[in-house]
Design a protein around this ligand. Sequence first.
Ligand SMILES: [Zn+2]
Length: 403
Amino acid sequence: MQRLQAFKYELMPDGEQQRNMRRFAGSCRFVFNKALALQQAHYAEGKKKLSYADLCKHLTEWRKSSETQWLSETHSQPLQQTLKDLERAYQNFFEKRADFPRFKKKGQSDNFRYPQGCKLDQGNSRIFLPKLGWVRYRNCREVLGVVKNVTVSGKQGKWFVSIQTEREIEAPVHPSTAIVGIDMGIARFATLSDGSYFAPLNSFKRQENALVKAQRAKSRKQKFSNNWKKAKAKVQKIHARIGNARRDYLHKATTTISQNHAMVCIEDLQVRKLSKSAAGTTETPGKNVRAKSGLNKAILDQGWFEFRRQLDYKLAWNGGQLVAVPPRNTSRTCPCCGHVANENRLSQARFECVNCGFEENADLVGAINVLRAGHARLACADTSPAVGASGQEPTEATQAIAA
Ligand SMILES: [Zn+2]
C-alpha cells in the first residue's frame, strides 16, 4: 500500500532567506485574498464562480500589472498553489465540511508550498527551495520516501519546512484482534467499552485565566509599542502552550488506542454540527445558548475531530480499522435488555434502565452500544468501508477546530 507521510523540520535560514520567505508568504496571502475578493465580487454580480484556470490567468495579469508587479518576485508555483488552496476551501464549504473561506491575516498563515523543484540533501542537512536557494534545517530524523511537495511555514519568528512524501509499504497486519467501542463525552474525554477511559483534557480551561490576563494586559498597552509587542508575544506563547498540550494529549491517547485494538467503533458525530447549532440564527436564536456554547467550547477544546482524524490514520497504519456508526439511541438503549427510553438516562453521568433496572455509568453504556452498533454494521455488510482508511496522514483539519 501507498503511505503518504509528512516530515517537519525547523529551518535555519540566513537573513536574506528570512526576508524572502516573509515576502513569499505575504505574496501568497495577498493573492489568496485578492482571488477571494474577486470570487465574492463575481458572486455579488450573479456571475459564475471562477475556475482555478481562470484565477491563474488573473494571477498572470497581476504579476504583469505595474501596481502589483512585486508579485513577480515570488516563484509562480507557490502563488498558484495558493489559488488551489482557495479552490479547496470553496470545495470544503460546498460539501459542508467548513465555513465560507475567510480572508487571511498576517501572522495567521504565513506559509507557501512548492509542488515541485525542491531538492533534498539529507547528508548535509539542507534543502534546495526555488528562489531561496539551499536552506539548512535541523535534521532530527530521516526522510522516508519520494518527496511530493514541500511547505514552508513561519510561526512566531521561526521557520519550518514540511516535506510530504510517498512510499510503498507492505500492508501491515494488526498484532491485536481486539475490537472496542468509544463514547466521546465532556466529563470523560473518551470512554472505552472495556471500561477504561481518558480524563478530560481541559487544557484550555486551565490556561484560560492566564490567557485572559495576558490579553487584558496587552489591550492596556499602547499599540505597536515595545511593551505591546512583549505582551503580544506572551499571548502567543500561551496559545502555543495550549496547542502543544492538546496535541500531545491527543497523540498519546490515539497511539495507545490504535496499538491495542485492531478495530475501533466510534459514533459518527458531526463535530461541526454540534458546535454550530448553539448560536442559532437571528430569526431563531438557539435555545440554551449559554449552556450549549459552554458545551461546544469544551468539544472544540478537546479536539474530538482531531482525535478521530488521528485514530483513523494511525489505525490504518497499524493495519487496523475505524468503523463509524450512526449515533442512534446509543445513550438511551439498555445494553442489558435493549429497552430504549429517554428516561433510561437519569443524568449526564448515570444510566438506569426503567425496564430491567440495569445501572451503569452513562458514558460506558454509550461505548458498549457503539461497539454493538459496530458489530451489527460489520455483520450486515462485510464490505462496509472504514472511514477513509487510506493509509494517509491527512493535514490537520484546522477549519473544523478553529473557533
Ligand atoms: Zn434494561
